[in-house]
Design a protein around this ligand. Structure first.
Ligand SMILES: C[S@@+](CC[C@H](N)C(=O)[O-])C[C@H]1O[C@@H](n2cnc3c(N)ncnc32)[C@H](O)[C@@H]1O
Length: 261
């Protein structure tokens, strides 16, 4: 077993679907909440910075960072897309402030302890203005024990060379007391019925409940007044409550900077 980020070609291919709609939605919602159009974004755990181009094309300054040089070196060069290597639990970009932070697709759960997550949020708070917003997309779960592997999600991403990359992702087991979940992923490159290459991975990730986010936000200079939940044809804004747990859907948290006491 390996992690997907050290053999990143298949991983990056599986996530090479269009992201323009997500970026348009995020910018529109931030503009509505901030009362002004954001002009800069910081993306922690950016991987190959696949969102960078979409932000820059909309006139937004973009800085993404990641701990994995294997992922960063797969970032497509694009004017204005800046990336660097840093740890999400301890980064510091002196003098830099960003209107918004953006952390999609459960990346946040790679910070695998609650303490590490609070350290991350404290670092983020230092790089956002007083009213800044940090958008974090994550599943919310309250699992404990062994889970049904057949509940895994699956998607297909067509590739420019005519192959298709199939990804399967699920949770194997969880320990609610330590907020740890063990997840598995399988990637396959297919040409028709033939599997040309495959990769199996297992990860320990942080598991987060709705209430955890209220606590961790308060401990790090944020509040979470609302979250966006995917619905048919879009997203709706709702309060962050335990009703959102265990539904297999990405919730986008709007963490708003608040004054620390
Ligand atoms: C699920 S990938 C997502 C990448 C990107 N956000 C995207 O949407 O394609 C998670 C990324 O988090 C990075 N990562 C994990 N732990 C990290 C840490 N402590 N600091 C910085 N990056 C980290 C991994 O190297 C990986 O590239």
């Amino acid at each position: 077993m390996t992690d997907a980020y050290s053999q990143a070609d298949l991983y990056c291919a599986a996530f090479s679907y269009p992201v323009d709609d997500d970026v348009d939605w995020a910018l529109g919602e931030c503009e509505r909440q901030l009362g002004r159009r954001p002009t800069s974004v910081l993306e922690p755990m950016c991987g190959n910075a696949r969102y960078g181009k979409a932000f820059v094309e909309r006139g937004i300054d973009y800085l993404g960072f990641d701990l994995s040089k294997d992922m960063l070196k797969r970032a497509e060069p694009h004017e204005g897309v800046m990336t660097t290597c840093a740890d999400a639990r301890s980064f510091d970009f002196p003098g830099r402030s960003f209107d918004i932070g953006w952390c999609p697709i459960n990346s946040i759960r790679h910070i695998d302890t609650p303490e590490g997550l609070v350290q991350h949020l404290q670092c983020m708070a230092k790089h956002l203005p007083e009213d800044g917003l940090y958008l974090v997309e994550t599943d919310l779960n309250h699992f404990d024990g062994r889970l049904d592997r057949s509940d895994a999600i699956e998607w297909l991403t067509p590739q420019p060379d005519g192959t298709t990359v199939k990804a399967v992702w699920g949770t194997d087991r969880a320990d609610l007391a330590t907020r740890r979940a063990w997840e598995f992923a399988r990637f396959e490159r297919l040409r028709g019925e033939e599997c040309l290459e495959s990769l199996d991975c297992e990860y320990a990730m942080l598991m987060t409940t709705a209430n955890d986010w209220h606590e961790w936000a308060a401990a790090s200079g944020f509040t979470v007044d609302q979250v966006a939940k995917r619905i048919d044809g879009g997203r709706e804004l709702v309060a962050l409550t335990s009703d959102l747990e265990d539904h297999h859907e990405g919730i986008t948290l709007f963490l708003r900077r608040s004054n620390m006491k």
